[in-house]
Structures are given as structure tokens and as C-alpha cells.
Design a protein around this ligand. Structure first.
Ligand code: FAD
Length: 471
């Protein structure tokens, strides 16, 4: 078949193991990316990533013989127009779980059908099919462990990753799209200067990161993943996975021949990602509303000053501040610290989880609607299979346990670097001579805690009593 076709890239910005691309590789093809605005369109840090990922994909496609057409606007109109302009009756794309993307796809499909064409969606962002993996009673899952068992059964028979095409045939009369300088995705002024030291967006960067993690991180992942100071403790593949620069199935296969708890736990994390998207598919309200309706009545104490102190890493609790500053500087935060900072905001400060979710959305390079919403609801205790609300992390003890030598805090809160290990997680309790020797005055060089931890905990438990048992 030699009819031209359109490949519409979305969250699958790669050439290898891309079933949508594989479906069109023998035909004249127009590869397209539409930069869209709308509900939960990428936040500022994600836009930085997207810019570089599109440049990388564009170069890779040009190397195969056809440039990437990038444009900005309403895909529901643009995609059918482009298909008509090159005489394509098929548009291939990877399926998405985001509610707005699903609505957009349904409307695009209607518009295409009216013109005698169709949108064909392929499973490429997930390993499981949210419409097929079901409980014995035929319902969607709401508990992780049985979901992971049911989903993973299918993964042992996942077909091997599809190799990248060696060449592509460009469609005749392909239009010229935006040049990278016109994408409008990079921050102005450029506050993302440090990102480039940490990240290499694009498929080649993703594969290099995967190889280095398999070599240096996977075997020790069981211990390393809980040590925020350890740079290779976790894979740092999350933004690559979110933008689909590497397929999750490629991960699964890459760990196939390996043995050990590191591999098993790593696979469980990949299954949490599948689970979050399973939830998002079946509970599209998840980014905005608590999955446990009783939490709609939770007595939050919205306070702009508290929220700002948290966002800026100025709470006076070192592990929280270190995490929030890591997030701001490099667009990523270690998972253990994400849990601590989220718990502190929700429980000690009683700020709505949606405010934390929104800040993460704007500042994470791996901001992912399914993972972010499910994780915030998990910490808040209002999600599916969530941690109970009454389990409140003490951030000082968490710091002492997971950053015992204080290396993480010293890295991101350098003003505390001179403190001895025993006070690095509680400078407010250090005696005056210790503070003097470390060159720190609380309130001048580093804030006093914005909340008394014991009082904050009691206040959170009292607030929780208001909703307990209500659903
Ligand atoms: P690794 O430990 O190497 O894990 C490998 C992959 O598994 C990750 O890249 C990720 O895709 C997946 N994964 C790991 N942990 C989880 C998890 N708990 N839930 C779902 N998938 C997981 N992850 C995001 O990708 N985007 C988000 O927006 C996001 N927001 C979060 C918000 C909060 C409050 C919390 C507590 C967690 C959030 N996570 C999010 C989950 C997790 O923190 C990150 O996926 C992880 O830190 C990414 O680093 P990594 O790639 O080194 O992870």
C-alpha cells in the first residue's frame, strides 16, 4: 500500500519501538507534532524538555529522509487539514490516557471520518491496555498489588521492541512548519540554565541513561533508591518515559535477563506507572478531585505565605527545603523526598494537595498527569490504595534516616553545610555555639521552622477526624 499517511507524534517522541511509526514506514509519510494549549498542557519545566526533545526527534527524522512538521494550534482542526492536504486517509498515533487528549482524539476522529479518513491509535506509552486489564468481576482495578499481578502476566509475552526504521519516504507536498526558534517553549528569561547539566532530552539521551542505569544502578537499586544523595540510586528516566523517548516495554525487555531484588523492585516501580495511568483512564477526575469523596470536605487552611515558603524551599525544615530547591534548580526531585515534601505540605501545613500537584506540574521535567495526580492523592490519603492520612512523616526523622550524613541537605542548602551531622536535619534545635561555629543565625541565614512539627501533626490529625469514616 503506497497511500500517504500521517504520523502524529504526542507522547512517543522516538523512532524505536514506536508502533505508530512502524505502521507507516513503508509509505510516503508526514510526521507531525502539534504544540497545543489546554487543560494540563505542559508546565514551564516540561516545555523546556519538549523543546529539546522535538529538536532531537526532528534531527533524527531528517536523517531518515523526512523532516518533522511542527506547528501550534488546535489539533482537532490541524490534523484533518494536514491529512487532506497530502491525500492521507490514515493518521497513526500513540494512545494517551489524559482526559483532554482522549476528548481531543475523539473529536479529531469525527472530523477525519467526515472527510473519509481515520485516526488509528497504537499502544505505545503503556505496556498494559487499560480497557482490557480487569478484575475477576470485570471491573477496573483500584488496588495496586492485584493490578500489578494481572498486568504483569501479559508482560512476559510482550513482543520484542520494534527496531527504528532505517529510512522514511517523505510525503509529497509536505508543508513547512515552525523552526525551533519559533516553538515558543523555552523560558524567557532563561531560568533553566542548570537543566542542561543534568539532562539530555531525546531518544539518544534516553538510551544512554538506560544503559548507564543498567550498568551502574540496577544491581543496587533496592538500597540506592532510598538514598536521595546518591546520583545513580535511581534511574532518572522519568522524563524520558513521560515524553516517550523510550518505551516502557524496552525497559521491561532490558531487565529480562537480569536477576535480583534490584530488578524486581525496579519493575514494580514501572508497574506503579502503569497503575497510575490505569487509574487516570478509569477515573479521569483524578487530577482535580479526591478519589475518596469524603476528602472534598477536608478542612484545609489555604495560606499563600505557607505555600510560597514551601515552593521556595524556605520552610526551615532542611530535607523539605533541599527537595524543593533541587526541584527548582534541576526540574526533578528524588522520590523519597517527593513523598516527604508532599506530606509536609498536606499534613503539617494543611495546604490542599492540588496546590502541591500544580506546583510540581509546573516545575518537574517529568510532570506526568497520571503519576503526579495518583502520587499526590496517595500521599494525601484520598486516592486509590493510598497511604492512610494518619501516617504522617516526621521530616526530621526521615532526613536522619535517609540522608544520615546530610550530604543531600548540604548539596541543596549550602548555607547549612557547616553544621555537624547531628544537627543538619534540625538546625533550629542546635545550641547557640554550634550555630555560631557553623556561621548560621536562624532567621537570618536560614529560616526558623514555619510550623512546630508536633503541633502541625496534632492539627493534621484533628483535621482528619472531620472526614474520617465519612465515605
Ligand atoms: P526510578 O526509581 O528509577 O523508577 C523508574 C520509573 O518508574 C520512573 O521513571 C517512573 O516512570 C516510574 N515510577 C517510579 N516511582 C513511581 C511512582 N511512585 N508512581 C508512578 N511511577 C513511578 N513520577 C512521574 O513520572 N511524574 C510525576 O509527575 C510524578 N509526580 C510525583 C509526585 C509525588 C508527590 C510523588 C510522591 C511521586 C511522584 N512521581 C512522579 C513518582 C516518582 O517520584 C518518580 O517517578 C520518580 O522519582 C522518578 O525518578 P526515577 O526515574 O529516577 O525513578
Amino acid at each position: 500500500m503506497h497511500e500517504p499517511a500521517l504520523i502524529w507524534f504526542r507522547q512517543d517522541l522516538r523512532l524505536a519501538d514506536n508502533p505508530a511509526l512502524a505502521a507507516v514506514q513503508d509509505r510516503p509519510v508526514l510526521p507531525v507534532y502539534v504544540i497545543e494549549d489546554g487543560p494540563w498542557s505542559p508546565g514551564a519545566a516540561s516545555r523546556w524538555w519538549l523543546h529539546h526533545s522535538l529538536v532531537s526527534l526532528g534531527q533524527a527524522l531528517a536523517g531518515l529522509g523526512t523532516p518533522l512538521f511542527v506547528c501550534r494550534g488546535d489539533a482537532r482542526r490541524i490534523i484533518p487539514d494536514l491529512a487532506a492536504s497530502i491525500g492521507a486517509t490514515e493518521v497513526h498515533a500513540g494512545g494517551q490516557t489524559e482526559p483532554a487528549a482522549r476528548d481531543r482524539d475523539a473529536e479529531t476522529q469525527t472530523a477525519l471520518q467526515a472527510a473519509g479518513a481515520r485516526l488509528i491509535l497504537h499502544r505505545s506509552a503503556l505496556m498494559h491496555d487499560p480497557t482490557r486489564v480487569r478484575t475477576a468481576a470485570g471491573k477496573p482495578f483500584s488496588v495496586y498489588t492485584p493490578f500489578s499481578r494481572a498486568a504483569a502476566m501479559g508482560f512476559d509475552v510482550l513482543p520484542p521492541p520494534i527496531p527504528a526504521p532505517r529510512r522514511l519516504i517523505g510525503a509529497a507536498a509536505a508543508p513547512t512548519g515552525l523552526r525551533p526558534g519559533q516553538f515558543g517553549l523555552l523560558p524567557r528569561p532563561d531560568w533553566a540554565g542548570e537543566f542542561a547539566d543534568w539532562w539530555t532530552p531525546g531518544e539518544a539521551g534516553a538510551m544512554a541513561r538506560l544503559d548507564s542505569f543498567l550498568e551502574d544502578g540496577l544491581a543496587d537499586y533496592a538500597q540506592g533508591r532510598d538514598q536521595p544523595a546518591m546520583e545513580d540510586g535511581t534511574s532518572r528516566l522519568s522524563p524520558h518515559l513521560h515524553f516517550g523517548e523510550v518505551s516502557p516495554a524496552t525497559f521491561w525487555h532490558a531487565t529480562q535477563g537480569r536477576r535480583g531484588t534490584g530488578r524486581d523492585i525496579f519493575r514494580k516501580e514501572l508497574l506503579w506507572r502503569e497503575f497510575s495511568h490505569h487509574l487516570l483512564w478509569h477515573r479521569p477526575e483524578m487530577p482535580e478531585r479526591a478519589l475518596r469523596p469524603a476528602f472534598d470536605a477536608f478542612p484545609w487552611r489555604s495560606d499563600a505565605a505557607m505555600l510560597r515558603a514551601w515552593q521556595r524551599g524556605r520552610t526551615g525544615i532542611p530535607i523539605v527545603d533541599a527537595g524543593m530547591r533541587q526541584l527548582w534548580r534541576i526540574g526533578w526531585m528524588h522520590n523519597r523526598v517527593r513523598m516527604i515534601t508532599a506530606s509536609f505540605l498536606i499534613k503539617h501545613l494543611l495546604q490542599p494537595w492540588q496546590d502541591g500537584e500544580a506546583w510540581f506540574w509546573d516545575t518537574l521535567v517529568d510532570a506526568d498527569l497520571g503519576n503526579n495526580a495518583a502520587s499526590w492523592q496517595w500521599v494525601a490519603g484520598c486516592g486509590a490504595d493510598a497511604a492512610p492520612f494518619f501516617r504522617i512523616f516526621n521530616p526530621v526523622l526521615q532526613g536522619q534516616k535517609f540522608d544520615a550524613g546530610g550530604a543531600y541537605v548540604r548539596r541543596w542548602c549550602p548555607e547549612l553545610a557547616g553544621l555537624p551531622d547531628r544537627f543538619i536535619h534540625r538546625p533550629h534545635e542546635a545550641p547557640a555555639d554550634v550555630l555560631r561555629e557553623a556561621g548560621i543565625a536562624i532567621g537570618r541565614d536560614y529560616p526558623a521552622p514555619v510550623v512546630d512539627l508536633a503541633e502541625g501533626r496534632s492539627r493534621a490529625l484533628a483535621a482528619f477526624a472531620a472526614v474520617k469514616g465519612a465515605d
